[in-house]
Design a protein around this ligand. Structure first.
Ligand SMILES: [Zn+2]
Length: 345
C-alpha cells in the first residue's frame, strides 16, 4: 500500500517519483542496509531530507522526510558554526534531519543520494584503490574523500572538494558514495551504474548444513541468522580474518558494536557467552557458518548482511584500512548516533 496522501496532509512537496525511488533504493540491500543511506532534494531555499534513523524503504508507508532551511544551514556552514543543523527544522515534528544533512546541503545539485553501496565499499575500504578505480570509472566525474566522522567533519572535506571542482560523484572512504543530479531518477541511475561497474566477484554460495549448528545452538544465547548470505565468509579463512579484525565502516561500529569472533568448538562458545554475557559478539564457526546473539534485532542483522557482502567481494590479497580506535570511539560516544540506535531498537 502506498500512502502518498500523508505527504499532502503534511504539506510536504514530495513528488510521487521521489517517494517511489526512495522506497526502491531502500529495498535494495546492495545499496542500503537498515537505516543507512539518505536522499534529499532542494527547492526554494529549503531542503527536504530523510530524517535520522528512518528507513528509506518506509517511504511509502509513512512520512520519512523532514523540511530544513537550506539557506540557514549553508550560512551556518559558511560561518563555521559547530552545529549547522541547529534550528533549521520544525522541532514539533519529533523527527530530526539526517546526520548527513550538511553533506547534502553542500552538494550544489537539486537531488542528492547517499548510500552505503556494498560494491563501492568493497573498494573504498582498501588501501591504494584509486588507481584501479580510474580505469573502472572512466568517463565519470568523480573524486574521493578520506574517512572522516559522518556529519560536520565529513562535510568539511566535501566542501574542499566542491570548491575545487564540479563533481557529481564523491566516494567516501570506509563509508560509501554520494551522488548529485537534477532528478531523483538520475541520482538513482548514476549510483546503480557505478555499483555495477564496481562489482567484480564475490565468494561462492556454500550449501549450509544446518545440522552442524545443532550442538552450538545448545548455547541459548545464540541463534541462526535469517539471511543465509551471512554464512558465506565463514568458509574462507582470509575473509573470516578480515571480518573479525576490525571495523570497516561506521554502521558496523554502531550496529555490530560487540564485534565478530572466530570460535572452533561448543566449549569455546560457552566460555565466550559467559565471559561476555552483556556484550555478545557475532560468532563465526569455520566451515560451518555464523551465529548471532539471540538479542539481535533486524537492524543488527541487516548490518551484518552488508558486512558479509562487502567482505565477500574482497580479493584475497586485499590490504584493508580499518577504522582506528579513535575513529570508533568518536562514533560510539556520539549523541546523534545514539538517536539512530534508539529508534531502531
Ligand atoms: Zn552514511
Amino acid at each position: 500500500m502506498c500512502n502518498y496522501e500523508i505527504y499532502k496532509i503534511l504539506k510536504l512537496e514530495i513528488s510521487k517519483s521521489l517517494i517511489n525511488i526512495t522506497e526502491k533504493i531502500g529495498r535494495d540491500i546492495n545499496l542500503v542496509q537498515g537505516p543507512g543511506g539518505n536522499i534529499s532534494f532542494k527547492s526554494n531555499g529549503f531542503m527536504y531530507i530523510k530524517a535520522s534513523g528512518e528507513k528509506m524503504s518506509d517511504a511509502k508507508n509513512k512520512n520519512i522526510f523532514i523540511k530544513t532551511d537550506l539557506i540557514k544551514i549553508l550560512s551556518s556552514l559558511e560561518s563555521s558554526d559547530p552545529d549547522p543543523i541547529k534550528n533549521s527544522w520544525e522541532k514539533s515534528s519529533l523527527m530530526r534531519p539526517s546526520i548527513e544533512s550538511t553533506m547534502h546541503a553542500l552538494m550544489p545539485h537539486k537531488y542528492v543520494l547517499h548510500v552505503h553501496c556494498v560494491n563501492t565499499l568493497s573498494w573504498v575500504i582498501q588501501k591504494n584503490y584509486k588507481k584501479k578505480l580510474n580505469i573502472f570509472l572512466k568517463g565519470i566525474n568523480w573524486k574521493s574523500v578520506p574517512y572522516k566522522k559522518p556529519g560536520l567533519n565529513l562535510s568539511i572535506e566535501i566542501k574542499k572538494i566542491i570548491k575545487e571542482s564540479n563533481v557529481d560523484v564523491i566516494l567516501l572512504e570506509n563509508h560509501g558514495i554520494v551522488v548529485g543530479a537534477e532528478s531523483a531518477e538520475s541520482v538513482f541511475e548514476i549510483v546503480k551504474n557505478i555499483s555495477e561497474k564496481l562489482y567484480l566477484s564475490e565468494l561462492n554460495k556454500k550449501k549450509i548444513d544446518l545440522e552442524k549448528f545443532n550442538k552450538y545452538l545448545l548455547c541459548k544465547a545464540y541463534k541462526l541468522p535469517k539471511n543465509e548470505y551471512i554464512h558465506r565468509i565463514a568458509f574462507s579463512k582470509i575473509h573470516s580474518l578480515i571480518a573479525t579484525k576490525g571495523d570497516l565502516f561506521p554502521d558496523q561500529t554502531i550496529f555490530l558494536e560487540n564485534g565478530l569472533v572466530i570460535i572452533n568448538s561448543i566449549e569455546e562458545l560457552i566460555i565466550l557467552s559467559q565471559l561476555r554475557a552483556n556484550k555478545l559478539p557475532v560468532v563465526l564457526i569455520p566451515n560451518i557458518g555464523i551465529l548471532i546473539p539471540r538479542t539481535f534485532k533486524k537492524v543488527n542483522e541487516d548490518t551484518l548482511v552488508g558486512l558479509s557482502m562487502i567482505v565477500s567481494r574482497l580479493p584475497k590479497d586485499a590490504s584493508i584500512n580499518y577504522l582506528t580506535k579513535k575513529e570508533r570511539n568518536e562514533l560510539i560516544n556520539w549523541d546523534l548516533e545514539m538517536h539512530r540506535k534508539i529508534i531502531n531498537n
